[in-house]
Ligand binder design. Structure first.
Ligand SMILES: [Zn+2]
Length: 437
């Protein structure tokens, strides 16, 4: 395969995989460490620029969330939780979204990576930015939801909107991307497109195809409700024509792709039957449009398959073929027993409840909705608001090498050029945090 011209940056915080939601909780940040180990042991880091990401501040998070909510996340700990009984229910924190040690730190890390990815796309520092720790699409302005506390996607899109007139959000998590849809429901600057299981009270319960946006945002929310058992062929049958229509009609200048891996077969919480290749085909298809793209993680609750999926999708971003045999030197090799393969066989747990007729009818309805977008004058006539950098001096402008904090960026670049984590001793050294503002 010819070497790729696509410039891909990849964010990895060595601490992010060490957070725990608590015993028995299906969301396991450890999946990020397992993914990263496969990425390194396949040698994919040689085709990427690896960065330790920026850590978001409370001020950054409050660009979308309420200050009271962020302040609560900053203050609450498993030790002082008794003092917050009222706030817990007010902010929907407790069962699905537990208070755990380092909760706020965790949010600051995955959010910072999405912000910096967006900033690098904005200043044309890359074509694709990858943050597998991000993609927490359920978080709302005033509350946590579905294992998500801070919506790094919304905050990343807000960063992209400084430069990009139209941002397309595509969500292939099995759950509806409700938090992102809600945030941009009234605007045509962002089109949200979510493919998800819908019906029978499947979480979060929204995402009917009649949710199309409102006011100026009417027709700019696209929902593709699916039934259980979606396989590769069925998914392709809807994903490709809908995404092609969306891009043709909307003409986005940047894309955010949420790659939730709970749409894979045999997920602990999901009920689709996608193979890793079938899931990756979505990334491959979007990449072919050559539009600056922020690639994010999301759900995914069978750790070994999440790691396989996001490693494979990293390889798609950099146009590298990977051997089907997993690298034996990954420290998590035993997780992949008994096949030790990147592409294990899919054993469907449920019948595909989506008939060809049903899928065709969805594609048809979406086409009708998207034709309305074509005629929306604001899309046709909108000029580029930010070809020149916006003048507001908030923190991310500090990442510009021409302004202050020059050294911080330099330090990170050095780390990336040394291909950090290439040696086996790297894990032992102390990890120092970048100064956060
Ligand atoms: Zn999900």
């Amino acid at each position: 395969m010819p070497s790729s011209n696509t410039r891909v940056v990849y964010f990895y915080d060595p601490d992010v995989g060490n957070f725990h939601y608590g015993p028995g909780h299906p969301m396991k940040p450890h999946r990020l460490s397992v993914t990263h180990s496969l990425v390194l042991n396949y040698g994919l880091h040689k085709s990427l620029k690896v960065f330790r990401p920026y850590i978001a501040t409370a001020h950054d998070m409050a660009r979308f969330h309420s200050e009271e909510y962020i302040e609560f996340l900053q203050r609450v700990t498993p030790q002082n939780i008794q003092g917050f009984t009222k706030s817990l229910s007010h902010f929907n924190v407790g069962d699905d979204c537990p208070v755990f040690d380092g909760l706020y730190e965790f949010c600051a890390r995955y959010t910072g990576a999405s912000m910096e990815g967006a900033a690098k796309l904005n200043n044309e520092g890359c074509d694709i930015a990858v943050n597998w720790s991000g993609g927490l699409h359920h978080a709302k302005k005033f509350e946590a939801s579905g294992f998500c506390y801070v919506n790094d996607i919304v905050i990343g899109i807000l960063e992209l909107l400084k430069v990009h007139p139209r941002v397309l959000y595509i969500d292939i998590d099995i759950h509806h991307g409700d938090g992102v849809q809600e945030a941009f429901y009234l605007t045509d600057r962002v089109m949200t497109v979510s493919f998800h299981k819908y019906g029978n009270y499947f979480f979060p319960g929204t995402g009917d195809m009649y949710e199309i946006g409102a006011e100026v945002g009417r027709y700019y929310s696209v929902n593709v409700p699916l039934k259980e058992g979606m396989d590769d062929l069925s998914y392709e049958l809807v994903f490709k024509p809908v995404v092609k229509d969306v891009i043709d009609f909307y003409r986005p200048t940047a894309i955010v792709l949420q790659c939730g891996a709970d749409s894979l077969a045999n997920d602990r919480l999901g009920c689709f039957n996608l193979s890793i290749k079938g899931h990756g085909e979505c990334v491959s298809f979007v990449k072919k449009f050559n539009i600056p793209t922020l690639v994010l993680g999301g759900g995914g609750y069978t750790v070994r398959n999440v790691a396989r999926c996001w490693t494979y999708e990293t390889s798609i971003c950099v146009d590298k073929d990977l051997s089907d045999e997993l690298p034996y030197n990954t420290e998590y090799f035993e997780y992949f027993s008994p096949d030790f393969s990147l592409h294990p066989d899919v054993n469907p747990r449920s019948e595909n409840a989506n008939s060809k007729q049903y899928l065709d009818s969805i594609v048809e309805s979406m086409h009708t909705q998207l034709k309305m977008v074509q005629h929306a004058p604001s899309v046709q006539m909108q000029d580029m608001p930010g070809t020149i950098y916006p003048d507001d001096h908030d923190h991310l402008d500090d990442l510009d090498p021409d302004v202050r904090n020059h050294e911080i960026e330099e330090e990170r670049r050095t780390e990336a050029e040394n291909e950090f984590y290439d040696g086996d001793r790297d894990q032992d050294g102390p990890t120092e945090d970048l100064p956060a503002k």
